[in-house]
Design a protein around this ligand. Structure first.
Ligand code: FAD
Length: 491
Protein backbone atom coordinates (compact mmCIF):
# COMPACT_ATOMS: atom_id res chain seq x y z
CA UNK A 1 0.00 0.00 0.00
CA UNK A 2 1.32 3.49 -0.77
CA UNK A 3 2.46 5.08 2.43
CA UNK A 4 0.35 8.25 2.12
CA UNK A 5 0.14 8.75 5.89
CA UNK A 6 3.90 8.91 6.45
CA UNK A 7 4.58 10.93 3.33
CA UNK A 8 1.67 13.32 2.77
CA UNK A 9 1.22 14.88 -0.65
CA UNK A 10 3.87 17.57 -1.11
CA UNK A 11 1.99 18.82 -4.17
CA UNK A 12 3.68 16.64 -6.78
CA UNK A 13 3.49 18.35 -10.16
CA UNK A 14 2.74 16.57 -13.42
CA UNK A 15 -0.31 15.37 -15.29
CA UNK A 16 -1.55 11.77 -15.04
CA UNK A 17 -0.48 9.21 -17.63
CA UNK A 18 -3.28 8.56 -20.12
CA UNK A 19 -3.99 5.26 -21.87
CA UNK A 20 -2.87 6.89 -25.12
CA UNK A 21 0.45 7.71 -23.52
CA UNK A 22 0.89 4.15 -22.27
CA UNK A 23 0.48 2.97 -25.86
CA UNK A 24 3.06 5.51 -27.02
CA UNK A 25 5.46 4.28 -24.32
CA UNK A 26 4.90 0.69 -25.42
CA UNK A 27 5.78 1.68 -28.97
CA UNK A 28 9.08 3.13 -27.78
CA UNK A 29 10.27 0.43 -25.36
CA UNK A 30 8.22 -2.62 -26.40
CA UNK A 31 6.44 -5.07 -24.09
CA UNK A 32 9.77 -6.03 -22.51
CA UNK A 33 10.32 -2.46 -21.38
CA UNK A 34 6.97 -1.75 -19.78
CA UNK A 35 5.57 -2.94 -16.44
CA UNK A 36 2.00 -1.96 -15.66
CA UNK A 37 0.72 -4.48 -13.12
CA UNK A 38 0.80 -3.57 -9.41
CA UNK A 39 2.63 -6.75 -8.44
CA UNK A 40 5.38 -6.24 -11.02
CA UNK A 41 5.81 -2.57 -10.04
CA UNK A 42 5.94 -3.30 -6.30
CA UNK A 43 9.75 -3.79 -5.95
CA UNK A 44 10.39 -0.59 -7.92
CA UNK A 45 8.06 1.62 -5.86
CA UNK A 46 9.30 0.29 -2.50
CA UNK A 47 12.57 1.58 -1.05
CA UNK A 48 15.43 -0.69 0.07
CA UNK A 49 14.45 -0.55 3.73
CA UNK A 50 10.82 -1.31 2.88
CA UNK A 51 9.74 1.66 4.96
CA UNK A 52 8.72 3.92 2.06
CA UNK A 53 6.14 2.80 -0.46
CA UNK A 54 5.18 5.02 -3.37
CA UNK A 55 3.30 4.56 -6.62
CA UNK A 56 3.76 5.01 -10.37
CA UNK A 57 1.48 4.73 -13.39
CA UNK A 58 4.09 2.58 -15.15
CA UNK A 59 7.64 1.30 -14.77
CA UNK A 60 9.46 2.00 -18.04
CA UNK A 61 12.70 0.14 -18.81
CA UNK A 62 14.39 1.52 -21.94
CA UNK A 63 17.15 -0.47 -23.63
CA UNK A 64 19.33 2.39 -24.87
CA UNK A 65 19.91 6.15 -24.87
CA UNK A 66 17.67 6.65 -27.89
CA UNK A 67 14.75 5.06 -26.07
CA UNK A 68 15.42 7.09 -22.90
CA UNK A 69 15.43 10.23 -25.00
CA UNK A 70 12.12 9.38 -26.68
CA UNK A 71 10.47 8.47 -23.36
CA UNK A 72 11.63 11.70 -21.72
CA UNK A 73 10.53 13.80 -24.71
CA UNK A 74 7.09 12.18 -24.58
CA UNK A 75 6.83 12.89 -20.84
CA UNK A 76 8.06 16.44 -21.33
CA UNK A 77 5.54 17.17 -24.06
CA UNK A 78 2.73 15.79 -21.89
CA UNK A 79 3.92 17.30 -18.60
CA UNK A 80 4.36 13.85 -17.02
CA UNK A 81 6.82 13.50 -14.11
CA UNK A 82 9.65 10.92 -14.14
CA UNK A 83 11.45 9.18 -11.27
CA UNK A 84 14.77 7.71 -12.50
CA UNK A 85 15.96 4.55 -10.76
CA UNK A 86 19.12 2.44 -10.77
CA UNK A 87 19.55 -0.41 -8.30
CA UNK A 88 17.07 1.09 -5.80
CA UNK A 89 19.55 0.77 -2.91
CA UNK A 90 19.60 4.48 -2.07
CA UNK A 91 18.82 5.10 1.57
CA UNK A 92 17.12 8.51 1.30
CA UNK A 93 14.09 7.61 -0.83
CA UNK A 94 15.43 9.46 -3.89
CA UNK A 95 14.50 6.61 -6.24
CA UNK A 96 11.11 5.98 -4.64
CA UNK A 97 8.17 7.85 -6.16
CA UNK A 98 5.98 9.81 -3.79
CA UNK A 99 2.70 8.03 -3.00
CA UNK A 100 0.90 10.72 -4.97
CA UNK A 101 3.20 10.46 -8.02
CA UNK A 102 1.06 10.13 -11.16
CA UNK A 103 3.89 9.83 -13.64
CA UNK A 104 6.33 7.06 -14.55
CA UNK A 105 9.34 5.40 -12.94
CA UNK A 106 12.21 5.01 -15.41
CA UNK A 107 14.52 2.13 -14.57
CA UNK A 108 18.00 1.99 -16.13
CA UNK A 109 18.40 -1.73 -15.33
CA UNK A 110 18.40 -2.94 -18.95
CA UNK A 111 21.22 -0.56 -19.92
CA UNK A 112 23.97 -2.58 -18.34
CA UNK A 113 26.73 -2.92 -20.92
CA UNK A 114 30.42 -2.13 -20.53
CA UNK A 115 31.09 -0.34 -23.81
CA UNK A 116 34.85 0.06 -23.76
CA UNK A 117 37.86 -0.57 -21.53
CA UNK A 118 41.03 1.42 -22.19
CA UNK A 119 43.65 -0.08 -19.85
CA UNK A 120 46.42 2.11 -21.30
CA UNK A 121 44.42 5.30 -20.83
CA UNK A 122 43.02 4.04 -17.48
CA UNK A 123 39.41 4.61 -18.52
CA UNK A 124 36.22 2.60 -18.99
CA UNK A 125 32.97 3.57 -20.71
CA UNK A 126 29.79 2.04 -19.32
CA UNK A 127 26.04 2.35 -19.53
CA UNK A 128 24.30 3.83 -16.49
CA UNK A 129 22.62 0.56 -15.51
CA UNK A 130 25.91 -1.34 -15.02
CA UNK A 131 26.06 -2.97 -11.61
CA UNK A 132 28.97 -1.58 -9.58
CA UNK A 133 30.38 -5.05 -8.84
CA UNK A 134 30.45 -5.85 -12.58
CA UNK A 135 32.45 -2.67 -13.21
CA UNK A 136 34.96 -3.59 -10.50
CA UNK A 137 35.27 -7.13 -11.92
CA UNK A 138 35.73 -5.88 -15.48
CA UNK A 139 38.46 -3.49 -14.34
CA UNK A 140 40.18 -6.31 -12.43
CA UNK A 141 40.03 -8.50 -15.57
CA UNK A 142 42.22 -5.85 -17.26
CA UNK A 143 44.60 -5.60 -14.30
CA UNK A 144 43.03 -2.27 -13.37
CA UNK A 145 41.08 -1.02 -10.34
CA UNK A 146 37.80 0.88 -10.04
CA UNK A 147 37.84 2.00 -6.41
CA UNK A 148 34.20 2.79 -5.63
CA UNK A 149 33.25 0.13 -3.10
CA UNK A 150 30.22 -0.14 -0.83
CA UNK A 151 27.97 -2.69 0.83
CA UNK A 152 25.31 -2.55 -1.90
CA UNK A 153 27.78 -3.05 -4.77
CA UNK A 154 26.13 -6.29 -5.89
CA UNK A 155 22.94 -4.43 -6.80
CA UNK A 156 23.54 -0.66 -7.02
CA UNK A 157 24.20 0.77 -10.49
CA UNK A 158 26.76 3.30 -11.62
CA UNK A 159 24.10 5.83 -12.64
CA UNK A 160 22.72 5.69 -9.09
CA UNK A 161 26.21 5.87 -7.62
CA UNK A 162 27.02 8.99 -9.59
CA UNK A 163 23.61 10.56 -9.03
CA UNK A 164 24.09 10.24 -5.26
CA UNK A 165 27.81 11.05 -5.45
CA UNK A 166 28.32 7.87 -3.43
CA UNK A 167 31.17 7.50 -0.98
CA UNK A 168 31.98 4.09 0.48
CA UNK A 169 35.14 2.61 1.92
CA UNK A 170 37.84 3.90 -0.46
CA UNK A 171 37.08 7.63 -0.38
CA UNK A 172 40.04 8.26 1.88
CA UNK A 173 42.42 7.53 -0.97
CA UNK A 174 40.48 7.91 -4.22
CA UNK A 175 37.74 10.44 -3.38
CA UNK A 176 34.00 10.02 -3.74
CA UNK A 177 32.11 9.16 -6.94
CA UNK A 178 32.53 12.69 -8.25
CA UNK A 179 36.29 12.15 -8.46
CA UNK A 180 36.01 8.93 -10.42
CA UNK A 181 34.34 10.30 -13.55
CA UNK A 182 35.84 11.71 -16.74
CA UNK A 183 32.73 12.14 -18.85
CA UNK A 184 28.96 11.70 -18.93
CA UNK A 185 26.08 11.30 -21.33
CA UNK A 186 22.82 12.72 -20.00
CA UNK A 187 19.28 12.88 -21.34
CA UNK A 188 17.99 16.33 -20.41
CA UNK A 189 14.48 17.09 -19.17
CA UNK A 190 13.25 17.92 -22.70
CA UNK A 191 14.60 14.66 -24.14
CA UNK A 192 17.69 16.20 -25.73
CA UNK A 193 20.90 14.18 -25.32
CA UNK A 194 23.97 15.95 -23.92
CA UNK A 195 27.05 14.09 -25.12
CA UNK A 196 29.78 14.82 -22.62
CA UNK A 197 31.39 11.38 -22.94
CA UNK A 198 34.91 12.74 -23.08
CA UNK A 199 37.75 10.72 -21.60
CA UNK A 200 39.76 13.81 -20.73
CA UNK A 201 41.54 14.62 -17.52
CA UNK A 202 42.03 18.19 -18.62
CA UNK A 203 39.17 20.06 -20.24
CA UNK A 204 38.80 23.69 -19.21
CA UNK A 205 36.15 24.65 -21.71
CA UNK A 206 33.74 26.62 -19.58
CA UNK A 207 31.49 25.24 -16.87
CA UNK A 208 32.17 21.60 -15.98
CA UNK A 209 28.66 20.38 -16.75
CA UNK A 210 29.10 16.81 -15.55
CA UNK A 211 29.40 18.05 -11.98
CA UNK A 212 25.91 19.55 -12.20
CA UNK A 213 24.41 16.12 -12.78
CA UNK A 214 26.63 14.19 -10.34
CA UNK A 215 24.92 14.26 -6.95
CA UNK A 216 21.71 15.73 -8.41
CA UNK A 217 19.71 12.58 -7.55
CA UNK A 218 17.96 12.54 -10.92
CA UNK A 219 16.43 16.01 -10.51
CA UNK A 220 18.21 17.58 -13.49
CA UNK A 221 18.41 14.82 -16.11
CA UNK A 222 18.96 11.11 -16.63
CA UNK A 223 22.51 9.78 -16.89
CA UNK A 224 22.76 7.19 -19.62
CA UNK A 225 26.53 6.60 -19.95
CA UNK A 226 29.72 7.46 -18.12
CA UNK A 227 33.46 7.39 -18.73
CA UNK A 228 35.07 6.23 -15.48
CA UNK A 229 38.65 6.60 -14.28
CA UNK A 230 40.66 3.48 -13.51
CA UNK A 231 43.74 2.96 -11.34
CA UNK A 232 46.50 0.33 -11.18
CA UNK A 233 45.25 -2.88 -9.55
CA UNK A 234 46.36 -3.34 -5.93
CA UNK A 235 49.02 -6.04 -5.72
CA UNK A 236 49.98 -6.03 -2.06
CA UNK A 237 47.04 -5.66 0.33
CA UNK A 238 47.05 -6.05 4.09
CA UNK A 239 43.89 -5.91 6.23
CA UNK A 240 43.83 -5.65 10.02
CA UNK A 241 41.22 -5.55 12.76
CA UNK A 242 42.14 -3.42 15.76
CA UNK A 243 40.63 -3.14 19.21
CA UNK A 244 41.35 0.45 20.19
CA UNK A 245 41.31 2.50 23.38
CA UNK A 246 38.75 5.10 22.26
CA UNK A 247 37.69 7.24 19.28
CA UNK A 248 40.49 9.75 19.84
CA UNK A 249 42.94 6.86 19.48
CA UNK A 250 41.36 6.00 16.11
CA UNK A 251 42.10 9.46 14.80
CA UNK A 252 45.67 9.44 16.05
CA UNK A 253 46.26 5.99 14.57
CA UNK A 254 45.01 7.11 11.18
CA UNK A 255 46.98 10.32 11.31
CA UNK A 256 50.23 8.38 11.84
CA UNK A 257 49.29 5.60 9.41
CA UNK A 258 49.56 7.81 6.32
CA UNK A 259 53.31 8.27 6.60
CA UNK A 260 54.01 4.84 8.11
CA UNK A 261 52.35 3.15 5.13
CA UNK A 262 54.14 5.37 2.57
CA UNK A 263 50.74 6.90 1.76
CA UNK A 264 49.13 3.51 1.19
CA UNK A 265 46.16 3.71 3.58
CA UNK A 266 43.23 2.42 1.52
CA UNK A 267 40.48 2.24 4.14
CA UNK A 268 39.95 3.08 7.78
CA UNK A 269 36.56 2.17 9.21
CA UNK A 270 35.45 2.82 12.78
CA UNK A 271 33.03 0.37 14.43
CA UNK A 272 31.44 0.40 17.86
CA UNK A 273 31.05 -2.86 19.77
CA UNK A 274 27.27 -2.44 19.54
CA UNK A 275 27.43 -2.29 15.73
CA UNK A 276 29.56 -5.45 15.58
CA UNK A 277 27.16 -7.31 17.86
CA UNK A 278 24.26 -6.24 15.65
CA UNK A 279 25.84 -7.92 12.61
CA UNK A 280 26.86 -11.04 14.54
CA UNK A 281 23.25 -11.37 15.74
CA UNK A 282 21.66 -11.24 12.29
CA UNK A 283 24.09 -12.21 9.55
CA UNK A 284 25.10 -15.87 9.54
CA UNK A 285 28.60 -17.05 8.72
CA UNK A 286 30.54 -14.03 10.03
CA UNK A 287 33.15 -14.50 12.75
CA UNK A 288 34.12 -11.91 15.35
CA UNK A 289 37.81 -11.26 14.55
CA UNK A 290 38.58 -10.04 18.06
CA UNK A 291 36.57 -9.75 21.24
CA UNK A 292 38.22 -7.24 23.54
CA UNK A 293 37.22 -5.26 26.59
CA UNK A 294 36.70 -2.11 24.59
CA UNK A 295 33.88 -0.18 23.02
CA UNK A 296 35.75 0.68 19.76
CA UNK A 297 37.36 -1.09 16.78
CA UNK A 298 39.09 -0.13 13.55
CA UNK A 299 39.19 -1.95 10.25
CA UNK A 300 42.40 -0.77 8.63
CA UNK A 301 43.57 -1.69 5.14
CA UNK A 302 46.85 -0.74 3.48
CA UNK A 303 47.35 -1.50 -0.17
CA UNK A 304 49.98 -0.88 -2.80
CA UNK A 305 50.00 -1.39 -6.55
CA UNK A 306 53.64 -2.54 -6.23
CA UNK A 307 53.88 -6.32 -5.96
CA UNK A 308 55.68 -7.69 -2.92
CA UNK A 309 59.34 -8.17 -3.62
CA UNK A 310 61.66 -10.61 -1.90
CA UNK A 311 63.94 -8.99 0.61
CA UNK A 312 61.92 -5.78 1.03
CA UNK A 313 59.20 -5.08 3.56
CA UNK A 314 55.71 -5.43 2.09
CA UNK A 315 52.46 -4.03 3.43
CA UNK A 316 52.04 -6.71 6.09
CA UNK A 317 55.52 -6.21 7.58
CA UNK A 318 55.03 -2.44 7.61
CA UNK A 319 51.60 -2.73 9.17
CA UNK A 320 52.84 -5.20 11.76
CA UNK A 321 55.63 -2.86 12.77
CA UNK A 322 53.23 0.07 12.89
CA UNK A 323 50.76 -1.79 15.08
CA UNK A 324 53.53 -2.79 17.50
CA UNK A 325 54.25 0.92 17.99
CA UNK A 326 50.57 1.71 18.46
CA UNK A 327 50.23 -1.09 21.03
CA UNK A 328 53.14 0.37 22.92
CA UNK A 329 51.55 3.83 22.79
CA UNK A 330 48.40 2.35 24.32
CA UNK A 331 46.12 3.32 21.43
CA UNK A 332 45.74 -0.23 20.17
CA UNK A 333 44.71 -2.78 22.80
CA UNK A 334 44.78 -5.84 20.57
CA UNK A 335 45.00 -6.50 16.85
CA UNK A 336 44.82 -9.23 14.25
CA UNK A 337 46.24 -9.06 10.73
CA UNK A 338 44.40 -11.17 8.15
CA UNK A 339 46.64 -14.04 7.09
CA UNK A 340 44.46 -15.18 4.20
CA UNK A 341 41.98 -13.71 1.76
CA UNK A 342 39.09 -15.42 3.60
CA UNK A 343 40.03 -13.75 6.87
CA UNK A 344 40.14 -10.31 5.23
CA UNK A 345 36.86 -11.05 3.50
CA UNK A 346 35.28 -11.89 6.87
CA UNK A 347 36.40 -8.53 8.29
CA UNK A 348 34.91 -6.70 5.32
CA UNK A 349 31.65 -8.65 5.48
CA UNK A 350 31.32 -7.63 9.10
CA UNK A 351 31.62 -3.98 8.12
CA UNK A 352 29.53 -4.15 4.97
CA UNK A 353 26.61 -6.08 6.46
CA UNK A 354 25.70 -3.27 8.83
CA UNK A 355 22.75 -1.89 6.84
CA UNK A 356 21.32 -5.37 6.32
CA UNK A 357 21.72 -6.24 10.02
CA UNK A 358 20.02 -3.05 11.17
CA UNK A 359 17.12 -3.72 8.77
CA UNK A 360 16.75 -7.18 10.31
CA UNK A 361 16.94 -5.87 13.90
CA UNK A 362 13.89 -3.61 13.52
CA UNK A 363 13.05 0.09 13.46
CA UNK A 364 15.86 2.55 13.98
CA UNK A 365 17.19 5.99 13.10
CA UNK A 366 20.42 6.64 11.24
CA UNK A 367 22.18 9.91 10.50
CA UNK A 368 24.77 10.04 7.74
CA UNK A 369 26.74 13.08 8.88
CA UNK A 370 30.23 14.51 8.47
CA UNK A 371 32.42 16.80 10.51
CA UNK A 372 36.13 17.67 10.61
CA UNK A 373 37.98 14.44 11.43
CA UNK A 374 39.57 15.96 14.53
CA UNK A 375 36.12 16.77 16.00
CA UNK A 376 34.64 13.28 15.66
CA UNK A 377 35.25 12.22 19.28
CA UNK A 378 33.57 15.37 20.57
CA UNK A 379 30.62 14.91 18.19
CA UNK A 380 30.08 11.29 19.21
CA UNK A 381 30.13 12.16 22.93
CA UNK A 382 27.86 15.15 22.68
CA UNK A 383 25.60 13.58 20.04
CA UNK A 384 24.89 10.43 22.03
CA UNK A 385 24.11 12.50 25.13
CA UNK A 386 21.75 14.74 23.14
CA UNK A 387 19.88 11.75 21.67
CA UNK A 388 19.63 9.95 25.03
CA UNK A 389 18.15 13.13 26.48
CA UNK A 390 15.25 12.75 24.05
CA UNK A 391 14.85 8.97 24.36
CA UNK A 392 16.94 7.38 27.13
CA UNK A 393 16.30 3.76 26.07
CA UNK A 394 17.34 4.18 22.44
CA UNK A 395 20.34 1.97 21.50
CA UNK A 396 23.32 3.74 19.84
CA UNK A 397 25.55 1.78 17.44
CA UNK A 398 27.79 4.40 15.80
CA UNK A 399 30.21 3.53 13.02
CA UNK A 400 31.71 5.28 10.04
CA UNK A 401 34.27 6.06 7.40
CA UNK A 402 36.35 7.88 9.99
CA UNK A 403 39.07 9.12 7.66
CA UNK A 404 36.45 11.07 5.71
CA UNK A 405 34.96 12.55 8.89
CA UNK A 406 31.82 10.58 7.95
CA UNK A 407 29.82 8.90 10.67
CA UNK A 408 26.78 6.72 10.34
CA UNK A 409 25.42 7.95 13.62
CA UNK A 410 22.92 5.17 14.11
CA UNK A 411 20.42 4.05 16.72
CA UNK A 412 18.15 1.06 17.08
CA UNK A 413 14.80 1.78 18.67
CA UNK A 414 14.31 0.66 22.29
CA UNK A 415 13.62 -3.07 22.54
CA UNK A 416 9.95 -3.72 21.84
CA UNK A 417 9.19 -0.24 20.45
CA UNK A 418 7.39 -0.32 17.08
CA UNK A 419 8.15 1.93 14.10
CA UNK A 420 5.17 4.18 14.68
CA UNK A 421 6.02 4.89 18.32
CA UNK A 422 9.68 5.50 17.44
CA UNK A 423 8.62 7.93 14.74
CA UNK A 424 7.04 10.13 17.44
CA UNK A 425 10.55 10.76 18.78
CA UNK A 426 12.23 11.05 15.41
CA UNK A 427 11.66 14.79 14.82
CA UNK A 428 13.16 15.68 18.22
CA UNK A 429 16.15 13.39 17.76
CA UNK A 430 16.77 14.59 14.20
CA UNK A 431 16.75 18.19 15.36
CA UNK A 432 19.17 17.41 18.21
CA UNK A 433 21.64 15.60 15.92
CA UNK A 434 21.47 18.04 13.03
CA UNK A 435 21.66 21.14 15.24
CA UNK A 436 24.79 19.74 16.83
CA UNK A 437 26.50 18.70 13.59
CA UNK A 438 25.69 22.08 12.05
CA UNK A 439 26.95 24.00 15.09
CA UNK A 440 30.22 22.06 14.74
CA UNK A 441 30.62 23.08 11.08
CA UNK A 442 29.58 19.68 9.74
CA UNK A 443 27.10 18.41 7.14
CA UNK A 444 23.69 16.76 7.61
CA UNK A 445 24.38 14.48 4.64
CA UNK A 446 27.85 13.10 3.99
CA UNK A 447 27.29 10.51 1.27
CA UNK A 448 23.68 9.31 1.05
CA UNK A 449 22.15 12.49 -0.36
CA UNK A 450 18.83 14.16 0.42
CA UNK A 451 16.06 12.35 -1.50
CA UNK A 452 12.74 12.51 0.30
CA UNK A 453 14.04 11.81 3.79
CA UNK A 454 16.13 14.98 4.28
CA UNK A 455 14.24 17.45 2.11
CA UNK A 456 12.96 19.45 5.10
CA UNK A 457 16.33 19.28 6.84
CA UNK A 458 18.12 20.70 3.80
CA UNK A 459 15.59 23.55 3.64
CA UNK A 460 16.12 24.18 7.36
CA UNK A 461 19.93 24.19 7.42
CA UNK A 462 21.07 25.54 4.04
CA UNK A 463 21.20 29.31 3.63
CA UNK A 464 18.64 31.10 1.47
CA UNK A 465 21.43 31.99 -0.93
CA UNK A 466 22.41 28.35 -1.43
CA UNK A 467 18.81 27.20 -1.81
CA UNK A 468 18.14 29.99 -4.32
CA UNK A 469 21.13 28.94 -6.43
CA UNK A 470 19.93 25.34 -6.40
CA UNK A 471 16.39 26.37 -7.39
CA UNK A 472 17.74 28.57 -10.19
CA UNK A 473 19.71 25.63 -11.61
CA UNK A 474 16.73 23.32 -11.29
CA UNK A 475 14.36 25.76 -13.03
CA UNK A 476 16.83 26.41 -15.83
CA UNK A 477 17.39 22.74 -16.63
CA UNK A 478 13.91 21.45 -15.86
CA UNK A 479 11.44 24.32 -16.31
CA UNK A 480 8.42 21.99 -16.27
CA UNK A 481 9.65 20.33 -13.05
CA UNK A 482 9.19 16.79 -14.34
CA UNK A 483 12.58 15.34 -13.30
CA UNK A 484 12.17 13.59 -9.95
CA UNK A 485 10.07 16.43 -8.52
CA UNK A 486 10.04 17.14 -4.79
CA UNK A 487 13.35 15.36 -4.24
CA UNK A 488 16.20 17.41 -2.70
CA UNK A 489 14.13 20.62 -3.09
CA UNK A 490 10.54 21.73 -3.19
CA UNK A 491 10.11 24.46 -5.78
P1 FAD B 1 19.04 4.33 -6.70
O1 FAD B 1 18.71 4.05 -5.29
O2 FAD B 1 18.28 3.60 -7.72
O3 FAD B 1 18.90 5.90 -6.98
C1 FAD B 1 19.52 6.84 -6.15
C2 FAD B 1 19.21 8.26 -6.68
O4 FAD B 1 19.81 8.45 -7.96
C3 FAD B 1 17.74 8.52 -6.89
O5 FAD B 1 17.47 9.87 -6.62
C4 FAD B 1 17.51 8.24 -8.36
O6 FAD B 1 16.42 8.97 -8.89
C5 FAD B 1 18.81 8.70 -8.96
N1 FAD B 1 19.24 7.94 -10.15
C6 FAD B 1 19.49 6.62 -10.25
N2 FAD B 1 19.97 6.33 -11.47
C7 FAD B 1 20.00 7.49 -12.15
C8 FAD B 1 20.41 7.87 -13.47
N3 FAD B 1 20.88 6.97 -14.34
N4 FAD B 1 20.32 9.16 -13.83
C9 FAD B 1 19.85 10.10 -12.97
N5 FAD B 1 19.46 9.81 -11.72
C10 FAD B 1 19.54 8.53 -11.31
N6 FAD B 1 26.09 4.82 -0.06
C11 FAD B 1 27.31 5.37 0.08
O7 FAD B 1 27.53 6.48 -0.41
N7 FAD B 1 28.30 4.73 0.78
C12 FAD B 1 28.13 3.52 1.32
O8 FAD B 1 29.04 2.98 1.95
C13 FAD B 1 26.85 2.89 1.16
N8 FAD B 1 26.64 1.65 1.64
C14 FAD B 1 25.42 1.07 1.45
C15 FAD B 1 25.21 -0.23 1.92
C16 FAD B 1 23.99 -0.85 1.74
C17 FAD B 1 23.79 -2.25 2.23
C18 FAD B 1 22.93 -0.15 1.10
C19 FAD B 1 21.59 -0.78 0.88
C20 FAD B 1 23.13 1.13 0.63
C21 FAD B 1 24.37 1.76 0.79
N9 FAD B 1 24.60 3.04 0.30
C22 FAD B 1 25.84 3.61 0.44
C23 FAD B 1 23.53 3.78 -0.39
C24 FAD B 1 23.39 3.38 -1.89
O9 FAD B 1 23.92 2.15 -2.18
C25 FAD B 1 24.07 4.38 -2.75
O10 FAD B 1 23.40 5.61 -2.60
C26 FAD B 1 24.09 4.02 -4.24
O11 FAD B 1 25.00 4.88 -4.85
C27 FAD B 1 22.75 4.10 -4.92
O12 FAD B 1 22.81 3.47 -6.18
P2 FAD B 1 21.50 2.86 -6.86
O13 FAD B 1 21.83 2.41 -8.24
O14 FAD B 1 20.87 1.86 -5.99
O15 FAD B 1 20.61 4.16 -6.95
Amino acid sequence: MPDAARFPDPGIPGTPVTSGMLEALREIVGDKGLILDEHGMQPFVTDWRGSLVGRAAAVVRPANTGEVSKVVRLCHDNGVAIVPQGGNTGLMGGATPWPTHRGILLSLGRMNRVLNVDPVGYAMTVEAGCILQAIQDTAAGHDRFFPLSLGAQGSCMIGGNLSTNAGGVQVLRYGNARNLVLGLEVVLANGEVWDGLRALKKDNTGYDLKHLFIGAEGTLGIMTKAVLKLWPAPKDVCTAWLAIRDVKAAIDILSEAYAASDDNVGSCELLSRASIDLVLRHIPGIQDPLKAATEWYLLLEWSSSRPRQDGTAGMSEKLEQFLAGQLEAGRVLDAVIAQAEAQARNMWRLRESMAEASRAEGPGLSYDVSVAVSRIPEFIDRGIKAVLDVLPTIRPYPLGHIGDGNLHFSFMGPIGMDRQTLSQYSAGITRAVNDLITSMGGSISAEHGIGIEKIDELAHYRSRTELDIMRTIKRALDPKNIMNPCKILRL
